[in-house]
Design a protein around this ligand. Structure first.
Ligand SMILES: C[S@@+](CC[C@H](N)C(=O)[O-])C[C@H]1O[C@@H](n2cnc3c(N)ncnc32)[C@H](O)[C@@H]1O
Length: 263
């Protein structure tokens, strides 16, 4: 599948090298490297961030740690079975008879977006880093033919947009979801490595303040921001309420749109 890429490729994703899955033909890796305008090598170097591309799978690899975007992985199914998704659902306002449309302005690895789609919401997710965008498109395309019916159904409710969310206008009635990067605290080695990969790919200086200002200017009645449990609130407004889990919290901003001037 050819992914349409945003016209703003000045991201540090140039530090990524595309390599083929060991033992497989390099053809697809070469084609993806050309598409993403990245260098292609024969094999991954452990100090470098690599996008490993095969005929049927792809992942990011750094220092031997692999991270893939797979919506029907055992981890995602475990998260679903254990009811770990409920807090996010409650934060965006999912109810038995209410499945809001979501604009996920920080697509990333698409996990939260998939959870929301699996809860029945139509989700538009936007990502500006070309490598992540490509992985998301791949994952969505595989999810649409998954052997799990709920995964196929959720994939059918997801749409991906390329580029900066701040260039998008969000339809009134949607909920905006933000999960900006936040400096990592001490965590398991694999999680730290995943955070490092994201930081290598994204603009770490952008702590989300500009996104917040953009979100607040949209004609939406609910904005949900994911934060580490003890992190300060994003933006200059007090949340209407917060929902806290073990490691993260969701700050929920609810407002009556007719009663305020936007901008
Ligand atoms: C912490 S990750 C989000 C993880 C995501 N919630 C998940 O479940 O995988 C933040 C992502 O937001 C993206 N991002 C940040 N600002 C953005 C913007 N203005 N437009 C589009 N994407 C943005 C970054 O490139 C990064 O991939």
């Amino acid at each position: 599948m050819q992914t349409s890429l945003p016209d703003t490729p000045d991201f540090p994703s140039q530090t990524v090298t595309v390599v083929p899955v060991p033992g497989e033909s390099p053809k697809r890796a070469q084609s993806v490297a050309t598409q993403l305008r990245l260098p292609c090598r024969d094999r991954a170097e452990s100090a470098d961030l690599s996008l490993v591309v095969g005929e049927a799978e792809a992942w990011l690899e750094l220092g031997g740690v692999k991270v893939s975007v797979q919506f029907d992985s055992a981890a995602m199914r475990h998260r679903r079975k254990g009811g770990h998704n409920e807090l996010l659902g409650r934060a965006v306002g999912v109810k038995a008879d209410r499945k809001p449309s979501i604009f996920d302005a920080t697509g990333g690895m698409g996990r939260d977006a998939f959870v929301l789609a699996d809860l029945g919401c139509a989700v538009t997710l936007c990502e500006r880093v070309p490598v992540l965008l490509w992985l998301l498109q791949e994952a969505l395309s595989l999810a649409s033919v998954s052997r799990y019916e709920h995964v196929r159904e959720a994939a059918g409710r997801m749409q991906i947009r390329a580029g900066d969310s701040q260039c998008q206008t969000v339809a009134a009635g949607s909920v905006i979801y933000l999960d900006p990067m936040f400096p990592e605290r001490k965590k398991a080695a694999a999680v730290k490595k995943e955070a490092l990969m994201l930081q290598t790919l994204t603009d770490v200086q952008d702590a989300g303040d500009a996104l917040w200002a953009w979100a607040w200017a949209q004609p939406v009645e609910r904005i949900v921001v994911k934060r580490p449990l003890r992190a300060p609130t994003l933006g200059d407004q007090k949340p209407s309420h917060s929902l806290s889990g073990k490691a993260v919290r969701f700050d929920v901003f609810v407002r009556q749109i007719e009663q305020r001037s936007l901008g």
